[in-house]
Design a protein around this ligand. Structure first.
Ligand code: MLT
Length: 264
């Protein structure tokens, strides 16, 4: 399904019945990363999964895409769908940065928050320089450059050797992202603010899920976020890297089920 925005459109899908959950994917990915959740949690939740602008089946808008802009897109989609709040918002990596931006602006929207493979901090100077270099490379060599650069680091070494079909699927998801989407997201992430104070003040229940083998955002960052948010829960998933929702879907879905039981 699609909704029109800003002379373009966003693609999304809705599955299941129960607690409303908005799923926000990371970069350079799409709603396809939530396939095991959309299939496996249908009896427990009404799940809305969108493709962010420039990603998946959504329109390749020119960037930059600030986290606030992407959060507004999510908010608009929820409004268009007449979703009654409060809801659970689940964001992976850049999707987590967007979740934090959404919480800063609309805390009343949140019944609870699930942060996976993400961090509250802003980019370091080195991180910003790396993003600038990636922008140049993608503009020169096309979207495939990013998939080649990120794929091996995006999953655990165990996934890489034992699940070649899954790795090929992730490659397809990444390669589908438009150049505009990649550049727009890189420029937006580079400028994102530090959300440490936002999370420290979070009053809704928070679940943090992180792959033990995450090479892009190391597990120690999730442990620090857990210490930062009083009452938060942390689930560490073994044999998973940056994409635990795909790499260990049964453990991931169990963590969501247990969390939902603890909050409703
Ligand atoms: C993501 O998965 O969204 C990215 O790795 C986040 C980032 O580059 O900071």
């Amino acid at each position: 399904m699609k909704i029109n925005i800003d002379e373009g459109y966003l693609a999304y899908e809705i599955r299941g019945t129960g607690v409303p959950i908005l799923f926000i994917h990371g970069y350079p990915l799409s709603r396809q990363i939530w396939r095991p959740q959309l299939d496996g949690l249908q009896d427990r939740a009404r799940m809305i999964a969108l493709d962010l602008r420039g990603h998946g089946d959504s329109f390749p808008f020119e960037g930059p895409y600030t986290m606030d802009l992407l959060a507004e897109d999510c908010h608009m989609l929820l409004k268009e769908l007449n979703t009654s709040s409060p809801i659970v918002v689940c964001g992976l990596s850049m999707g987590g940065y967007i979740t934090m931006a959404l919480y800063r602006k609309y805390p009343q929207l949140f019944k609870a928050m699930i942060l996976t493979s993400t961090r509250p901090g802003a980019d370091s100077l080195e991180g910003k320089a790396n993003r600038q270099a990636s922008v140049k490379n993608v503009e020169q060599h096309g979207a495939g450059y990013i998939a080649d650069d990120m794929l091996q680091k995006a999953v655990s070494p165990i996934t890489l050797s034992s699940k070649p079909g899954l790795v090929a699927d992730i490659n397809i998801i990444m390669s589908k992202t438009s150049v505009q989407g990649i550049v727009g997201a890189l420029k937006g992430m580079m400028e994102r603010p530090d959300s440490t104070a936002t999370l420290a003040k979070a009053t809704c229940p928070v679940l943090i899920i992180h792959g033990v083998d995450d090479q892009l955002i190391p597990i120690k960052e999730a442990e620090a976020t857990h210490r930062l948010i009083p009452g938060s829960q942390l689930v560490k998933i073994p044999a998973a890297g940056h994409l635990p929702c795909l790499e260990q879907p049964e453990i991931f879905n169990r963590a969501i089920r247990d969390f939902l039981t603890s909050i409703v």
